[in-house]
Ligand binder design. Sequence first.
Ligand SMILES: [Zn+2]
Ligand SMILES: [Zn+2]
Length: 436
Amino acid sequence: MEYDLLENREFEDWLVKLRREFHRYPEPGWLEYRTTVRIIEELEQIGIPVIWGRDLYAADCRLGLPEPEEDRAAVRRAIEETKREDLIAGMAGGFTGVMAVIEGKQTGPAVGIRVDIDSNELEESEAPEHRPAREGFASVHRGNMHGCGHDGHAAIGLGAARILCANREKLGGTVYLFFQSAEEGGRGAQAVVKKGLLSNLDYFYGGHIGINQAPFGTISASTYGFMAGTKFDVEFYGRASHAGKAPEEGANAIAAAAGAVLNLLAISRSGKGISRVNVGKIQGGSGRNVIPDYTLLKAETRGGSPEVSAYMFERAMSVCRGAAQMYGCDMNCRIMGESRNAECDGEMVRFVERSAAELREIKEIIPASDMGAGENITFMMNEVSRQGGQATFMLLGADIKAPHHSSTFDFDERVIPLAARLFAKLALDLKSEKRK
Ligand SMILES: [Zn+2]
Ligand SMILES: [Zn+2]
């Protein structure tokens, strides 16, 4: 393996610069226009063919798309920032993300790698203790922030692409490196799976920065404890009327929603595994003296197994239906995102352990760590396994400054070149693995 070529300052500086650029311009799921343009530009610069836009998705399977006005505003902003209307026109309407296709010069397996690129709806801290604020790369997109490390993941993907491209002579088979939109909220992976882009993969992997609190130099070769879950919006439709003169003619949508909230949080625990339920947002009503005719709840349920996840969601639906009926309202539920349980493949995990051990910056390899959360990649992992391929999801140790999804989240950037090398090395080493 030739790493010397890329174990240099120029490579590392390039990756950190990219991460900081992505960090400065965060874009939430399905709106990663600027980010996608920059990734395409860098891949083209390296000389790697790309698949993007409508070619990536089964359009109708994209979950939780933003409202059209929000999409148009994001498109306008990205065109202003990049001057690449030529590219953005082909992505408008939530067709962000890109897949790099790196063909090796030798025969070998089809390998899929996933990195995610979306940001979080968070206001980034301006405190001087927060390095992005102090060093001038904090978000310039108000209300959005890379609070989960996906800015680092995007850079890792580009780093791996560059190493693989430089090592094409030794690379066996083809690597499909997917920069995924809308991981947050469990929205992007399903539509790629449905498009069939992962249907012939022999091996598949991805990773996440910092989840298991391990220090830099530690990696976890696999992850367990992916929670399955459903993100959903419930709309209660009531009837407006005069709150003084004729309240009896109205149907109070806030009352229905309030009844739903209390009872959602009171769903009985399951004896069959861990469960979660949350209502994270409530919005409704028009004025003090009007019986409210509309209320929106944003909620989610989760479970440690498919059975518990289904139980939680079914219970949630009957609570919402019951609450609507109690107050004479109608209700409507829209699924906004989903995640699944998944298992990493044991053989693939052992391969990762062997291959990763040869990277000198890696000091410790943990066979498996608890995820304790959902990950949209599970749809892809399950698809690859279903087709007889092997998949794993790794955790990439990095000292983090604050919890994920918080306004002061930041991580040790040394993990970026390390993970780029790891991702590339795995793909190169898979050439000599025997298929099942
Ligand atoms: Zn996240
Ligand atoms: Zn994440």
